[in-house]
Design a protein around this ligand. Structure first.
Ligand SMILES: [Cu+2]
Length: 575
């Protein structure tokens, strides 16, 4: 039996490889070596086999990663000692050592736990008509693995947080209390709102304190989410469990015949990858190009989940809540499904497809049809990353996972067919753009600069439309998230966007060296003293400096120096 779940770590550290990997010629050379070796058909297995290590028979739930790595290091040393000979004779050992190994949990997951549905938060309505939510960040523990207790963070609980829900036109107020021992923040990802309410690094919440932003919901129905955004620490805070879904409703969506009974035929699906150590704790710090890639999935915090489907049509609100991993979602029998919404809301019409790629932070609402007496698995197939050679493997581009099993009983409730037309998505007109800006992402920088809390990178005039050209300027993947606005994709390397990228988006995947033009309108909330963020949503990249700041100002308004120092922790980007 092959070890299917453990990532063989390279001999170099992730950081060292990242620096080497920045050199395109090295990547080309590596790609060439890999191609040659793969054409020879080498297959040296590293790590223990099931016969050698009984722990591995636990499949993807056993998490023998640490032992596998120890052995990998021994093998690495041995391989290095005979490097010259190995290269001449086969090359296999060296190549496998340098490039890592893909992960697959396909057909390995026991779907033994019912999918947890995050509870709907129950806000009170105050005298001013505001819907008031109470959130508390806290540490906790949970038994993900049978017999082992994992230390976690959560919101109003031990892991993840409740689903917030509000309607267009409503005023929301959210009290976020921080019961952690360190500074955090809470960002409303995808929300159009004042910069002071955004929950970025300039709104720190000190331990024991409460932060209380409020704003009026003024955007279409959508699947948004919330998560911390502390300067340099976002990866850790999200990875440990601080995140939740934020569903927006409106009259337009409500008038459509779509599945919308929460937890029945409208299901949140928050997908996160983890690696557990021998003690059942989340491992932190073992990173490849994209960041930390785990070998085990949690869905809504459930390991090995199944869902008892009750109706013919089920709406899945997919959220990639992972820190680094990009997924290629589809079903185990390759059935088609209807993509109905992306980050910022419904598409103009359903898009029938068999795959949807989601990079960290992206969402997709899909509707899947089931027959009575069926089982089908939501799977992540190797995502199309556009990378070459080893960069693909290092970014998780060869990995596949069984995510969630959908089961039906002997009968199913009726569902009306999905409407053929959904909503009007008015196209923003590039001829109306008053500004075009370029953003080139590299290993540690955007446009050659690392994030600086005290530097405003871009100044936008309120009420204007802009075009932002974003591109990964080297051989690795990134993505790009803009706070405050939903954007549209004008073109990708000059070509019009495919249907899945034709709707409202706030986060977009960036394949290597592929220019993507986005268009967006900054309609209101001018505030020259408080910036919004734009950044790579691969959270390790963000923490390392792939982030910048923009302010939205009134025409002719001067740029005030933001008062940015309250609660700010010193942070080293790791030069
Ligand atoms: Cu990045």
């Amino acid at each position: 039996m092959r070890r299917m779940w453990s990532i063989t770590r390279p001999g170099l550290s992730g950081t060292e490889l990242l620096e080497v990997g920045e050199d395109h010629s090295f990547n080309l050379m590596l790609g060439w070596v890999v191609a040659v070796v793969e054409s020879i058909g080498c297959a040296i297995e590293y790590g223990p086999t099931a016969e050698e290590d009984p722990v591995t028979t636990q499949g993807p739930r056993g998490h023998p990663a640490a032992r596998g790595r120890t052995r990998s290091r021994l093998v690495t040393i041995a391989a290095a000692a005979v490097a010259g000979l190995a290269l001449m004779l086969s090359g296999c050992g060296i190549v496998d050592t340098v490039t890592g190994r893909s992960v697959s949990t396909v057909d390995e997951v026991e779907f033994s736990q019912e999918l947890a549905i995050p509870p709907l938060a129950e806000p009170r309505v105050d005298a001013d008509g505001r819907r008031v939510f109470e959130l508390t960040t806290q540490s906790g523990e949970r038994e993900f693995l049978s017999g082992q207790t994992t230390q976690t963070w959560g919101i109003n609980g031990d892991y993840l947080g409740p689903t917030l829900r509000a309607r267009r036109g409503e005023k929301v107020a959210i009290n976020v209390r921080n019961e952690l021992d360190e500074v955090t923040t809470m960002h409303w990802h995808g929300m159009h709102l004042p910069a002071t309410a955004d929950g970025g690094p300039h709104q720190p919440i000190n331990p024991g304190e409460t932060w209380s932003p409020e704003w009026t919901i003024d955007q279409p129905a959508a699947t948004l989410w919330y998560h911390p955004h502390p300067h340099g620490e976002t990866e850790k805070h999200v990875y440990r469990g601080l995140a939740g879904m934020f569903i927006l409703d409106d009259d337009v969506e409500a008038a459509l015949e779509l599945p919308r009974e929460y937890g029945v035929d409208d299901i949140p699906v928050i997908v996160q990858d983890k690696t557990f150590d021998d003690d059942g704790q989340f491992t932190e710090g073992d990173r490849e190009h994209a960041g930390m890639l785990g070998d085990t999935l949690l869905v809504n915090g459930t390991l090995g989940p199944y869902l008892e489907v009750e109706r013919e049509l089920t709406r899945l609100r997919l959220l990639n809540g992972s820190t680094a991993r990009t997924y290629g979602f589809g079903f185990s029998d390759d059935r088609q499904f209807a993509l109905i919404a992306t980050d910022g809301g419904l598409l103009s019409e359903p898009h029938d497809t068999g795959r949807i790629r989601l990079s960290p932070g992206e969402r997709a609402e899909i509707v899947v049809e089931m027959q009575p007496g069926e089982r089908v698995v939501l799977r992540s197939y190797p995502p199309e990353l556009g990378t070459d050679g080893s960069a693909t493997r290092k970014a998780g581009g060869e990995d596949s996972f069984d995510v969630l099993e959908l089961r039906t009983g002997a009968t199913l409730g009726d569902s009306p067919p999905i409407p053929e037309v959904l909503v009007d998505v008015p196209r923003l007109d590039p001829s109306e753009a008053s500004e075009t800006r370029q953003f080139e992402l590299r290993t540690r920088t955007i446009n050659g600069q690392q994030m600086d809390m005290d530097r405003i990178d871009e100044v936008v005039i309120v009420g204007t439309t802009e075009i932002w050209e974003v591109e990964s300027g080297h051989g690795q993947i990134h993505n790009f998230h803009i706070h405050d606005v939903q954007f549209q994709v004008l073109d990708i390397d000059g070509a019009p966007p495919p249907p899945e990228l034709a709707g409202w988006k706030d986060t977009i995947f960036l394949p290597p060296r592929t220019p993507i033009r986005l268009i967006m309108r900054f309609s209101d909330y001018a505030d020259s003293s408080m910036p919004y963020m734009y950044h790579c949503h691969l959270l390790w990249h963000e923490d390392r400096g792939l982030m910048g700041q923009f302010v939205v100002v009134e025409p002719g308004q001067g740029l005030e120096q933001p008062s940015l120092d309250s609660g700010r922790a010193d942070h080293d980007h790791g030069e």
